[in-house]
Design a protein around this ligand. Sequence first.
Ligand SMILES: N[C@@H](CCC(=O)N[C@@H](CS)C(=O)NCC(=O)O)C(=O)O
Length: 251
Amino acid sequence: MADPADPIYELYYWPFIPGRGEFVRLALEVAGAPYRDVARLPETEGGGVSAILRLLGQDAAGVPSFAPPVLKWGDLVISHTALILQWLAPRVGLVPADDRSRLAAHQLQLTMTDFLSETHDCHHPIAASLYFEDQKEESKRRSRYFRQERMPKYLNYFERVLRSNGDSGGRHAVGKDTSYVDLSLFQVMAGLDYAFPRALNRLKPKLPLLAALHDRMAALPRLKAYLGSSRRLPFSEHGLFRRYPELDDEI
Ligand SMILES: N[C@@H](CCC(=O)N[C@@H](CS)C(=O)NCC(=O)O)C(=O)O
């Protein structure tokens, strides 16, 4: 139970894309935790991209952060999506209490971190500083291997994780209730459905538990309300999951 005297959670993430910040946002939203999405506030209220740049430039609050998302709580500053969620989840009831489950949850989230990195590199295989158009041929080549090899390997693994969690009847990745890992899997499925709809549809017959998890999460009252609100940023051609039809070919 949160103490009313506790500081409010402050999320720092690029204000125009869901990106990696969305994984933290989903946890805060579903937990009903009060938070401030700092960079989405107007500059006049201390928000905007400059709020992120200020935070990244600060040395005072312990170890400097390399990149957003960053979660600030009082003078505690945490970066890296998986680490933020590992710290946040026990405080907001989104992970079971035992060590084994918490380690399992963190392990799965770190695997998602790797998957996200590979997903991003489909449209930016050479350099993040180059436009997609300047690395299109490499993107196409890389995406073919992603669709054929990496995407099925990761998704089949997460399907197996759900299947092997007999405690939940395949309904949750860890434990018997919704955890931050379930919410992150929801976001991964939603993102892939946006970026690689054809590849995902080809794989879906072998992913019944993941597909069902996605739909169940989307129907959670708090998540449903959030998804229908202006707080939910749409996927676009500027984030982690981008729809470039030429990267989602037949093969
Ligand atoms: N491992 C980090 C990766 C953070 C990251 O790559 N952040 C992106 C936005 S999603 C960024 O702004 N990176 C800037 C950079 O790498 O220079 C995490 O999972 O949070």
